[in-house]
Design a protein. Structure first.
Length: 445
């Protein structure tokens, strides 16, 4: 029967997307044939209910095609023991030790970022399912959980929602949410002040869940990568949950060690995509409800069809319309929506053009745009190129692929250029002033 199960799984793998198969079918294990029923083991109760609801018919069809017989399937939730010394209860959940006030200090979690407030659509359904599954099986499956997408598409919302959910269930959960830049700065400070032992304790000993936002920032930082790698290994072996976000998948992060790339991608890697029109409409409606304001259906339809930006832009537009309605004592109707959209379109025409940024930067540095697009590594060429890429990322909704195409570069090179400029802006006041000046020039047309 195990051979039949293996063939059935192979059949299902051909029919489902690889991400879906790896998340919901691969973890199933054949237990036994009992009283005419095939018993399959699931990692937990949530997993069992999800598979029973969405994939039971798929399982039956696969068994029927292989065994040429109608099969009854029974799903049984049997949590596995953790491979680590971290204790778990009978439901597969971690039993988290109490800690009055550990070295983590305050937990910086945005309370608005919850599963209830996350609007699900085809663009993010798999990511939401993965986050929910991890929340119910901390540190055992899908570890690390790696989200990647362009900015403003929900990575931070989902990663924070896991933390908020855990705190609601177990208030003693020790969660460390940190940006990659903060991690680097803390490490540098610890090394300078001989505090590396405390740094390691914070991230390796006193974190039940570690969330690092923007791991692409570690590009080109070998010392930090080595420390991060040791930290992740320790947490993984101790059964602690690791959640990471980035604008690209692990294998596409430039100037990062292969070993660390492997560690980042050894769990579940999930991409969030831009919302379609229907999902955009539901995001707008949800934001209006959160603000306690009713938006007429025609207005929602109009906005959803005219705004193609990320979730932040959608929510910002709703806030703008509500503010105009309140301050100007006007009803929210199509006329007000059209006026607001004229402002949005005007703003986009002014700042969301990659070509405009290339023109302004080229004129400032006296570099021809075609030379900026070349492969030249001369400083007078690559500096304006990196500045322009940085501004494109900062001031437009262009994807990494779109920016790379505009400069004849792979998007891995774009990531490195952006990260390099972030460091220069932080460390070199002269570069910082140039960026501020150019930003104003671009926004001013």
């Amino acid at each position: 029967m195990e051979e039949i199960w293996a063939k059935a799984k192979a059949s299902i793998q051909e029919r489902l997307a690889s991400d879906t198969f790896n998340l919901w079918i691969k973890p199933l294990e054949f237990k036994e044939m009992k009283e005419g029923q095939i018993v399959l083991e699931c990692p937990n109760v949530f997993f069992k209910e999800w598979v029973n609801r969405y994939y039971l018919s798929t399982l039956k069809e696969a068994f029927h095609s292989v065994a040429e017989d109608d099969c009854q399937i029974s799903l049984k939730a049997v949590p596995k023991r953790s491979r680590s010394p971290s204790p778990h209860n009978g439901n597969g959940q971690m039993v988290l030790p109490k800690m009055a006030s550990g070295p983590l200090g305050g937990i910086r979690l945005n309370k608005r970022f919850t599963f209830e407030r996350f609007v699900i659509g085809p663009c993010n359904q798999f990511a939401h399912s993965a986050a929910w599954a991890v929340s119910n099986k901390i540190g055992i499956h899908y570890n690390p959980l790696f989200f990647y997408s362009d900015v403003g598409l929900g990575k931070s919302h989902l990663s924070t929602a896991i933390g908020n959910y855990m705190l609601e269930k177990w208030s003693e959960t020790r969660i460390c949410l940190v940006s990659a830049e903060e991690f680097v700065n803390e490490l540098v400070t610890a090394l300078r002040r001989d505090g590396i032992a405390s740094f390691k304790e914070k991230y390796r000993k006193y974190s039940d869940i570690l969330v690092i936002d923007g791991v692409h920032f570690f590009s080109g930082k070998p010392a930090t990568q080595a420390e991060l790698s040791h930290t992740l290994d320790t947490l993984y072996n101790d059964g602690k949950q690791i959640i990471l976000t980035s604008i690209v998948p692990p294998e596409e992060i430039p100037k990062m060690g292969e070993g660390l790339k492997s560690r980042l991608g050894c769990g579940l890697v999930v991409r969030l995509q831009a919302p379609d029109s229907e999902t955009r409409r539901r995001i707008l409606e949800a934001k209006a409800l959160t603000e306690g304001v009713h938006i007429p259906d025609p207005v929602l339809d109009y906005l959803a069809s005219h705004i193609n930006g990320n979730i932040r832009q959608l929510e910002g537009t709703i806030i703008s319309i509500i503010a105009q309605s309140s301050l100007m004592h006007r009803s929210i109707d199509l006329d007000l929506a059209r006026e607001s959209m004229r402002n949005v379109v005007k703003e986009e025409e002014r700042i969301v053009s990659i070509e405009l940024i290339q023109e302004v930067v080229g004129r400032h540095y006296r570099v021809d745009i075609e030379r900026m697009k070349s492969r030249s590594k001369r400083r007078e060429i690559y500096l304006p190129r990196q500045v322009a890429m940085f501004l494109c990322r900062k001031l437009t909704n262009g994807s990494l692929e779109a920016i790379g195409k505009a400069f004849n570069k792979k998007h891995a090179s774009v990531i490195y250029s952006i990260a390099n400029m972030e460091r220069k802006v932080r460390d070199d006041p002269r570069i910082g002033r140039q960026i501020e000046f150019l930003t104003e020039k671009v926004r001013g047309g």
